[in-house]
Design a protein around this ligand. Structure first.
Ligand code: XUL
Ligand code: CO
Length: 442
């Protein structure tokens, strides 16, 4: 069988001192961290669309990378991508993949033709899954690329576009179940608006909730026992997207009674675009019971668009893995690299090196996050900071024993607040630095 990533060897763990670019310095898959192996804690997934399809095309120029895998026939190319993708995941030790329907097989002239193309490729994917023991993390439908979705899919003003979207989601869910996927993602790239002058916002949101309810009902019929996810993003491609950020999305899910089956798929670069940190978005999801899965990339804070870069920022990875560990780890979710190499890094070797860099960054983040927890100083500081809620008047408020009258009387007796203590932000930041440095020097 053809080898596609010819210059990429099987990537092994060689430790932090290794200078071999084709080796992991921190990702030691079987090492136990926080009660699970690194492989189980991190659950890395390859994004079919970026890794196998993205060729560096941007608004100003054609592709720079050759992702034709030796053929220009659309179905032959789809098959070649299956072989190339599994070879790649196997070589890197990546156990999961994520896909859109249109990444894996070309769209035909009719729904039937598109679905027939999908069926051919899906059988090949299942064959390769068995061969390599690789799983599907989540599936989704591309409801944004085709011109039929120019005004949206689940939020389209034109009911026919909604109908087509429902048909596509149905098939994408069938495929997800066929691949054993435990997640189904809704990312609403066109589910938003450009101007309120032509938009019925209330109806649009009611309708996409209807689409999601139909997905839950259909999932129950076909035995989908995983999680549905919404992937918040504030803008791009539409000016304003309804799933702006975690908080907005949680309000939407709660309003429409979708909270039992839906969780969030948080993407680092989408957090940046919403003006939040990645950790903020994860924390909002976690404390409200909506933590699900992660698209692990990074943006450039100087740019206002979704650069989908491979993650190399140790702080962000550490803070992210801190949230994951505090959550008790992933259940159905994992870390999907919704990331692409830069346009100038145009070789297949770069595709591998970019993943290695991203995986090592998150492995280091996991090690540092576990160390922060084991070290205990940060958690202890937070606990002490809220100690006034565990005794006296604080406890009494939490126990529901107080009201405005009793508190006004208490305040009159108490007088001015004299019990504030320093927030010690700089000291805490230094502790994080110290722990990360110790992790690096281990
Ligand atoms: C786009 C994005 C998507 C979703 C899946 O910004 O993140 O690739 O992850 O549709
Ligand atoms: Co994403």
């Amino acid at each position: 069988m053809a080898e596609y990533f010819k210059n990429v060897p099987e990537i092994k763990y060689e430790g932090p001192k290794s200078e071999n670019p084709y080796a992991y310095k921190y990702y030691d898959k079987d090492r136990v961290v926080g009660g699970k192996t690194m492989g189980e804690q991190l659950k890395f997934a390859m994004a079919w669309w970026h890794t196998l399809c993205a060729n560096g095309t941007d608004m100003f120029g054609v592709g720079t990378a050759d992702k034709t895998f030796g053929t220009d026939d659309p179905m032959e190319l789809a098959k070649a991508k299956v072989y190339a993708g599994f070879e790649f995941m196997h070589k890197l030790g990546i156990d999961y993949f994520c896909f859109h329907d249109r990444d894996i097989a070309p769209e035909g002239a009719t729904i039937e033709e598109s679905n027939a193309n999908l069926d051919v490729i899906a059988d090949l994917i299942v064959e390769q899954q068995k061969k390599y023991g690789i799983k599907c993390l989540w599936g989704t439908a591309n409801l944004f690329g085709n011109p039929r979705y120019m005004h949206g899919a689940g939020t389209a003003p034109n009911a026919d576009a909604f109908v087509y979207a429902a048909a596509q989601v149905k098939k994408a869910m069938d495929l997800t179940v066929k691949f054993g996927g435990k997640g189904y993602v809704f990312w609403g790239g066109r589910e938003g608006y450009e101007t309120l002058l032509n938009t019925d916002m209330g109806l649009e949101q009611d309708n996409i909730a209807r689409l999601m309810k139909m997905a839950i009902a259909y999932g129950d019929k076909i035995g989908f026992d995983g999680d549905f996810y919404i992937e918040p993003k504030p803008k791009e491609p539409t000016k304003h997207q309804y799933d702006f950020d975690s908080a907005t999305t949680i309000a939407f899910l709660t309003k429409y009674g979708l909270q039992d089956r839906f969780r969030l798929n948080i993407e680092a670069n989408h957090a940046t675009l919403a003006g939040h940190t990645f950790q903020h978005e994860l924390r909002v999801a976690r404390v409200n019971g909506f933590f699900g899965s992660i698209d692990a990339n990074q943006g450039d804070t100087l740019l206002g668009w979704d650069t989908d870069q491979f993650p190399t920022d140790i702080y962000n990875a550490t803070y992210c893995m801190y949230e994951v560990l505090k959550q008790g780890g992933f259940t159905n979710g994992g870390l999907n690299f919704d990331s692409k190499q830069r346009r100038g890094s145009f070789t297949l070797e770069d595709t591998a090196l970019a993943h290695i860099a991203g995986m090592d960054t998150f492995a280091l983040g996991l090690l540092a996050a576990q160390k922060i927890i084991d070290d205990g100083r940060i958690d202890k500081f937070v606990e002490d900071r809220y100690a006034s809620w565990t005794t006296g008047i604080g406890k009494s408020i939490i126990d529901g024993k107080e009201d405005f009258e009793s508190l006004a009387a208490y305040a009159a007796k108490m007088g001015e607040v004299t019990t504030n203590t320093s927030g010690r932000q700089e000291m805490l930041e230094l502790i994080v630095n110290q722990v990360i440095m110790n992790t690096l020097n281990e």
